[in-house]
Write a protein that binds this ligand. Structure first.
Ligand SMILES: [Zn+2]
Length: 311
């Protein structure tokens, strides 16, 4: 079973122009690292529109073609950073909910809300009860700490509702996102305040992955996902294997989830190709680093299924 626990369904009108400029900047920088120079206008006109899939048709087609069993959709709320988009947050969440209703065997859709919005906690309750969303995604790099009092108001509701929470962690380097808010150290407070809440530290806190592994070691409700590590797996397989082995050793194999951050990383590596890298670890890992079939199965799907109460 393969579950992508970190996917961002995207449509132009769900996010303001500023977000697409941010993605544009990330792509230009990422390709420069691969030795490819592309004019910004070309990226904006070709690569960015390729991400848009408001009805989820491309996603479902990719899942069916490539044997991806389930995908967790993580919406994003960028209103304070970029301004209100053409389609409101309600509109985005409703689209997620509609896709989940259409494909209940394939799609698990989360809610999101910037904790600083007026009535954010009530909005979350509404999103869960009215639209049947199954978890909460938070994006602190837009300007709040996970252990802020304002964030706790939203987390308290998530806790009452028994929701799994995904929190974007790590240093993306993207302007104008603020890296400091993504430091996984802030999850230390949260996990002790909400001891039974399952919190997944997205992106394995890149830049701070060591900090995450040591912080989360004895915080048994912290999970992590390996989304957006495809560039490392592609360019430095030895490093990827070492980091993943360390994650499994510090957290235990039951706390590491497969995820992609697609469609944003699809141009570099498809979801299936990344899953295959994980699937092949027991046979292909460099000498001296070992992975078991049981660990692979846990990462690829069993852990997410357990967190999402699918098994
Ligand atoms: Zn993400």
């Amino acid at each position: 079973m393969i579950i992508d626990a970190h996917y961002h369904l995207a449509a132009r009108e769900w996010y303001s122009e500023g977000w697409w400029q941010t993605v544009n900047g990330m792509y230009i920088n990422g390709m420069r690292n691969l030795g490819i120079e592309m004019p910004p206008e070309m990226v904006m006109e070709t690569m960015i529109p390729a991400l848009w899939d408001p009805e989820g048709e491309a996603l479902i087609n990719d899942m069916e073609t490539n044997g991806i069993d389930k995908t967790v959709l993580l919406p994003m709320d960028f209103w304070l950073m970029y301004g209100e988009p053409e389609v409101s947050l309600e509109g985005q969440l409703k689209a997620f909910s509609d896709l989940q209703s259409k494909h209940p065997d394939k799609i698990i859709a989360y809610a999101t809300v910037d904790a600083r919005r007026p009535n954010a906690a009530d909005f979350l309750v509404h999103a869960i009860k009215e639209w049947g969303l199954k978890g909460l995604n938070l994006y602190p790099q837009t300007g709040f700490f996970m252990n802020d009092a304002v964030t706790y108001k939203v987390l308290e509701k998530a806790y009452e509702l028994g929701l799994p929470v995904t929190c974007h962690t790590g240093q993306f380097g993207a302007v104008p996102l603020r890296a400091k808010y993504g430091d996984p150290i802030h999850l230390d407070d949260v996990t002790q305040e909400f001891p039974n809440m399952i919190i997944t530290a997205g992106h394995m806190a890149f830049g701070w992955h060591e900090q995450l592994f040591y912080t989360a070691g004895l915080r048994y409700n912290i999970m992590t996902d390996i989304s957006a590590w495809q560039d490392v797996a592609h360019a430095n397989y030895l490093k990827f294997c070492k980091v993943l082995r360390h994650a499994l050793d510090r957290l235990g194999p039951h706390r590491v989830l497969f995820g992609t951050d697609n469609p944003y990383v699809s141009a570099l590596m498809s979801t299936r190709a990344y899953a295959d890298i994980i699937r092949d670890l027991p046979q292909k890992a460099p000498e001296g680093i070992t992975f078991t079939e049981a660990e692979v199965n846990a990462i690829l799907g069993e852990n997410a299924a357990r967190i999402l109460s699918l098994s």
